[in-house]
Design a protein around this ligand. Sequence first.
Ligand SMILES: Nc1ncnc2c1ncn2[C@@H]1O[C@H](COP(=O)(O)OP(=O)(O)O)[C@@H](O)[C@H]1O
Ligand SMILES: [Mg+2]
Length: 410
Amino acid sequence: MRKDIENINDYLTRGHNLTRNIKDIANQKMPPRRFKGKDLSDVTGVTLSRIYMAEKEGRLPAPDVDEVTRRRLGCTMQQVLNIQDYFGTSPGRSVNDEPVVLSFTNFKGGCWKTTTSWYAGSYLASCGYRVLFVDLDPQASLTLNCGILPDFETSHETSLGPFILEEEGYKESLVSNVIHDTYVPNLKIIPSSLQLAGVEYSLSNAISHSRESHENISKRLHWFHRVRDCLSEVKYDFDIIIVDGTPTLGLLPLNIIFASHAVIVPVPTEITDFASTLAFCDLYKEQAEVLYDFFGEKLESPDMLFLPTRFSPSEKNATLGSEFVLDQIRKTFGTSCMQSVIKKHESVVSNLSLMRRTVFDINPGDGNVSREARKKAIANFETVFDEILERVVFPKWSSKKEQLEVQGIY
Ligand SMILES: Nc1ncnc2c1ncn2[C@@H]1O[C@H](COP(=O)(O)OP(=O)(O)O)[C@@H](O)[C@H]1O
Ligand SMILES: [Mg+2]
């Protein structure tokens, strides 16, 4: 036994050193994305000539240029944000609109929940939205993806855990203290730590205690709204908040669901995973029925959208291939199924994960990703996330809704 403990300790020391090295390599090797040409005019919503004129007249700072060739290097995300700010073209909500909370949930692991959350946040940030990630999965993959080393650079105290559990000294008004920067200025994260695993148990104890001491409905309800309440103040610094959780349906995941305006359920286009998604729906229905009997309409449920993932159209050798299952998913979930699907982008996602970046954070040709593969992945993810914006985010923002009504989208 003692030997085993020593061995495991050695594995941990070696493994953690390697993870730290990879982080350092990623930071050195990955230059920031620079927006230029059409990319720059698209993201700022302003023609290049207007931008250049504003720079020339000193209304915007002079552009970064290559020291030797004196050619423009393109704008970093911070410079894009400054340009959007100057011309009033930031895409975010207006001050009267509520920030929108999204989560990607299913109780099966490997449905691409975390990766899709990460790519969604990264895409939205690359458009100029202010995005907050909240990592509530003790495995902390989203935290690691954002370049933060879980349990070295994070702890229970730097996660949302103590706020959720109302530990002494952790008032909701102090949640802003645990918001961490990432590699992009308008993308922040509340990181996770391994100790979040204990939150499920503590929540369950708190609810049992509440029941045994016959506390009133609002006190009991409060334990299902901890995540929502913890975000209630900080959310106003952001346009969109994306919460990542565990592949389970316990009290913490229920808290995530009740904190969300929309829950997006990734459904892999593979038959066993389709069956697990139905089981997920069944379990959620059972739990919702019990909660509804007790709390009635006091517990508001979010919009639910089903997002087909792991789609690989080339795999149509058998009748149970991707396309067949996609058809079943569409027939089952009807209008709640998204039109767009997430395709497999194997080399792009795995090469870039190593560098802790998504396709939206890199320049063409960087990160061991071919220009063609980058372009294809961007086009696919953009279609999916634009559909999410149109279906569940913009309808909550009256300013955007009016714009879309004029365009005939609603
Ligand atoms: N669009 C994609 N194309 C290819 N591989 C992907 C894609 N999205 C995710 N993956 C890979 O699938 C694996 C599981 O994804 P992950 O997001 O961690 O799932 P979950 O959070 O549901 O457990 C990861 O190795 C990830 O790199
Ligand atoms: Mg995950």
